[in-house]
Design a protein around this ligand. Structure first.
Ligand code: KE4
Length: 425
């Protein structure tokens, strides 16, 4: 593993960017290493500035389900860019992507594009408060919904990775309406609805948590949230920034038999470009300016280049229907990991849903934040560095999700397990 250029790049970066990165969880702080700097990527591979090649299981934190630099997606992007990159005026391509999304998710009749998952969540919460006239929001300990102030309360992902689930700089007044329940614990939600009866605007949940590591919500838990929200005239928000078009063509709602009132999307629908979206039934969405009074705006919202990448990605997913093969390959990888670690006597548990999974260094089961926290993060750091030095790039945190793409093959799985077998934990 050559590292000279990586080391120089990091030294350079920290002089002009806090921590040398533009998003904390990339900084490898949780695994006690300096981050690598990527020169290029193709299919399932990353190539760093020293020319080292890695099999990538982070896939840009989820968007790259078709693998890196997919030719058909890039061709669409190039064609679109040749006509200009941003107009700040409507384009028909935005309507085309909106139609694909509303056609794929039954509970989504209208959609608003923004430039990140954070903005999608911000907009969903503002809509929910406007539609209900209520202020309180229930989120779950360890849930991550972007970095908007009032969501940085017991947040997951980077906030959890770096041990700061809430953040300085957020006034108490901004989070006093954010109430915390426990994932997969319906009584904890019922108690809040009882205590704040008539005041709950929304419940926001990742229907499969990806930011405490992967933790699937139990079906009766999601069904219970639906009943509670309907009964209390509160809005049920599914944050599907990760799961949207990851676990099937559309959302997880059909699979779990629960319809959300609002759905947040991002990542895959942008095909690797900045995007977010909030969607739901027209009666809620029509509150959004300029049709309704709820203000929301964005210079690059619905940017034609980002939308072209997303539209090309979804068109391929719709035709290829890769989800069964993705899940099979992911299950195969997870079974091989478990077999290898059991043989080595390493205590662990794996949560896998579709083509996303997390290897937790704890006996488990991992069903919520507290059980995820039992993971041995020192052991994870050792595992991460061992894999990285052998050309396997994992999300640099115990509390994130691994992702497979349509470009991951059995040969990649074989190589990954060969490397894992050599570990001394
Ligand atoms: P962005 O603002 O980062 O586009 O999306 C925020 C967001 C919202 N909801 C969910 C369920 C999310 O997972 C995210 C962002 N995911 C993290 C990784 N788990 C992004 C990686 C990062 O922060 O660098």
């Amino acid at each position: 593993m050559r590292t000279q250029k990586n080391e120089r790049s990091f030294k350079d970066a920290v002089k002009v960017m806090p921590g040398g990165v533009n998003s904390p969880v990339r900084a490898f702080k949780a695994v006690g290493a300096a981050p690598i700097f990527i020169d290029k990527a193709k299919d399932a591979y990353l190539y760093d500035v020293d020319g080292n090649r890695y099999i990538d299981y982070c896939m840009s934190w989820g968007p790259m389900i078709l693998g890196h630099a997919n030719k058909a997606v890039l061709d669409e992007v190039k064609k679109t860019m040749a006509k200009g990159t941003s107009y700040g005026v409507p384009t028909t391509i935005e309507t085309d992507l909106a139609k694909v999304i509303t056609g794929a998710i039954e509970s989504v009749q209208k959609v608003r594009f923004v430039s990140s998952g954070t903005e999608a969540v911000m907009t969903a919460i503002r809509l929910a408060r406007a539609a209900t006239g209520k202020d309180k929001i229930i989120k779950f300990v360890g849930g991550y919904h972007g970095h908007v102030d009032h969501m940085l309360v017991s947040a997951g992902s980077g906030a959890l990775t770096l041990g700061m689930p809430s953040s300085p700089g957020v006034p108490k007044d901004f989070t006093k309406h954010t109430l915390l329940a426990r994932y997969n614990d319906l009584d904890s939600v019922k108690n809040i609805f009882k205590k704040y009866s008539g005041k709950i605007a929304a419940v926001i949940i990742e229907p499969v948590a990806g930011n405490m590591g992967v933790i699937p919500a139990k079906k009766d838990f999601l069904k219970g949230l639906r009943v509670l929200c309907t009964k209390n005239k509160s809005i049920l928000i599914f944050d599907e920034v990760i799961t949207g078009f990851r676990l099937g063509f559309g959302s997880i709602q059909k699979k779990v038999g629960v319809k959300a009132d609002l759905t947040c999307l991002g990542k895959i629908i942008g095909g690797g470009f900045p995007i977010g979206a909030v969607g739901g039934r027209a009666s809620i969405m029509n509150n959004l300016s300029p049709q309704g009074p709820v203000y929301q705006a964005g210079t690059l919202s619905g940017n034609p280049v980002c939308v072209a990448a997303g539209l090309a990605t979804l068109k391929i997913l719709k035709v290829q229907k890769p989800y069964t093969a993705l899940e099979r390959r992911t299950k195969h990888l997870c079974a091989q990991i478990t077999q290898t670690l059991n043989k080595a006597g390493v205590e662990h548990t794996i949560n896998q849903v579709g083509s996303m999974f997390t290897l937790f260094f704890t006996a488990g089961p991992v069903t919520d934040y507290d059980s995820a926290l039992k993971s041995d993060t020192k052991k994870f750091a050792k595992y991460f560095k061992h894999m990285l030095n052998a050309g396997i790039y994992l999300p640099p945190s115990q509390f994130e999700a691994n992702f497979l793409s349509t470009k991951h093959t059995d040969a990649h799985i074989k190589r990954t397990i060969e490397v894992l077998k050599k570990i001394k934990l």
